[in-house]
Design a protein around this ligand. Sequence first.
Ligand SMILES: [Zn+2]
Length: 350
Amino acid sequence: MSKQMPAVVNYAPEPNSVEIREIPVPEIGDEDVLLAVQAVGVCGSDIHQALGQHSWKVNYPVVLGHEFGGVIAQVGKNVRKFREGDRVVSETAAVIDQNSPFVRRGLYNLDPTRLGFGAGVNGAMTRYAKVPERILHRIPTGLPFEIAALTEPCCVAFNAACGNARILPGDSVAVIGPGPIGLLCASMAKLSGAGELVVIGTKTDARRLQVALKLGASATLGANGEDVVAWSKSMGDGHGFDLVIDAAGVSATLKLAIDIVRAAGQISKVGWGPQPFNFSLDPLVQKAVTLQGSFSHNWPIWERVINLLSSGRLDLGPILNRVAPLTDWENAFNAMHTGEIVKAVLVPVE
Ligand SMILES: [Zn+2]
């Protein structure tokens, strides 16, 4: 094994401070495995971080990438359940405090000391990643790494649509923001039996809204400047959606969510952005709406999503539009950022 490896490194908070650098292959601890990365997804948050538009703390310089799978190349001496050669995917909570009250409840995604791959610690846009055994999941041989690498964003969507929100068969569901997470939320809503399923974007989202239709959305709005509020009043009994999933990367869309949710309905907010907003929350109170934030995921969600992916019930075909070598990271980031493609996966080439 060579001691150095190329990695996509975000080295400073200024916009576009990302480049390929040679870094050392990580040394693993007793509880870790060294994972030979086979595929790593590009996340909207990698792009936000590269552009310096993120809301979270970053330990610069850091290797980007938190959606990944690979083959175990080496195991630490206390690793019990995995061996060299095992095919696995990894969760994102790289460092947690085992004594945190949230960790003790199984909610390690909400541990305030949690450090995630690609921001708090080095991520997987490279050849080898150091991963604790605690967050590994085995994947079946029939599941290709390009698909398996996207388990993570599917888990984010699962938690937003099916964990932190409840969908009953026949519920009307709107998804705001047709980025990868929004589209995956639409897929999860479909799997949960949503009735009317509407994905809402803007004029620049025409291509991604087409993908939403392929995933089973009953309608899309926004590509032609439609009046979304008026449309939602024309649907069903005219009182709006049972559930609105806000997956846009800004906070201002919460206004639209409040406008189109029905009284006693739910809003699940999974998209985020640091900008403040300036509007009244009175309708939230008056309509007695449940507003629920959704962040990350935990173990049982991963096991369910791996099952959905390996059984083919969750089809990522319409979403995964590009598989490219790691060296092509910049084109992949740009293509996703402009909405030319929904999702890219990078593959390290030896
Ligand atoms: Zn992500």
